[in-house]
Design a protein around this ligand. Structure first.
Ligand SMILES: [Zn+2]
Length: 272
């Protein structure tokens, strides 16, 4: 897809499943299961989808998927099905910039891999890795609430990478702006891509799927629900403006949508 001076391609790294109750927090199952049914283990289907953005001088990847460093037991628990690296349509060596929204395993797991000798290596050895300073610090001392999502094998290799830490809302690359939000985990950022009057919003785990667009539908994983809801409302008010399309990273069916505000004051996703 051409978007201004960029060529933008969705990249599907993997499918997986998580408990539907965890994914919808305090929303009862008889409500959320109408929009996305659960399997016999109460899990819902999800994907790890990223965007590959090319211009004349850069190859930019927004998040890197769940990675392949999984035991058979965890692969089964999360029903992880990986797309082969060779079918992703790009060479990791060519990537100049990786923007990590945060270091949870389903966003940063693909940053490293074990080579044939079992040594942990960086998957994108030439890339600058852009990350919020607050998330980098939190990932090294996570609290019990989201400790299980920060795996040392995804964080320690970054000490050898060209990490560029940012703080707040920053244009990290020309026409690519990150916005810090703290409700899901400290120092997450959602990403805005600009082309003239048009915008792509990449909300990452602020709104992981199109089923999470209604304001009260958010994840039990979020470290601070009040903060998240304020950040989500601010995001949705911007996302329903003309010229904005939204890319859902974890939605197995709906990657792209616009956001509309109904006459009843509710935000709804309109798949594109
Ligand atoms: Zn996620």
């Amino acid at each position: 897809m051409k978007f201004g001076r960029f060529t933008i391609t969705p990249v599907m790294f993997a499918s997986f499943r998580l408990d539907g109750g965890c994914m919808f927090g305090s929303v009862p199952k008889n409500l959320w299961s109408k929009s996305i049914p659960a399997d016999e283990s109460n899990r819902i289907p999800l994907v790890c989808r990223s965007l590959l953005i090319k211009d004349e001088s850069r190859v930019i990847l927004l998040d890197v998927g769940i990675g392949d460093k999984w035991s058979d037991k965890l692969r089964e628990i999360y029903a992880i099905q990986l797309e082969p690296q060779t079918s992703l349509g790009f060479n990791p060596e060519d990537v100049t910039d990786v923007v990590l929204t945060h270091l949870h395993f389903d966003h940063a797991g693909g940053i490293s891999y074990h080579d044939a000798s079992g040594t942990l290596r960086l998957r994108y050895p030439k890339a600058k890795v852009h990350l919020q300073m607050a998330n980098w610090e939190h990932a090294q001392h996570p609290t019990p609430k989201d400790r299980a999502s920060y795996m040392p094998e995804n964080i320690d290799p970054l000490k050898e990478a060209n990490v560029q830490l940012c703080d707040g809302s920053v244009e990290i690359l020309p026409d690519i702006i990150v916005h810090r939000v703290d409700g899901h985990t400290p120092g997450q950022h959602w990403i805005e891509i600009v082309a003239g009057n048009e915008r792509i919003f990449f909300p990452t785990d602020l709104i992981p799927t199109s089923h999470h667009v209604p304001l009260a539908y958010h994840m039990g994983y979020d470290v601070c629900a009040d903060t998240l809801l304020q950040e989500k409302l601010a995001f949705l008010e911007r996302a329903c403006q003309p010229g904005v399309r939204v890319f859902f990273q974890h939605d197995s069916d709906v990657p792209w949508a616009t956001i509309e505000l109904t006459s009843k004051g509710q935000f709804v996703a309109k798949p594109l």
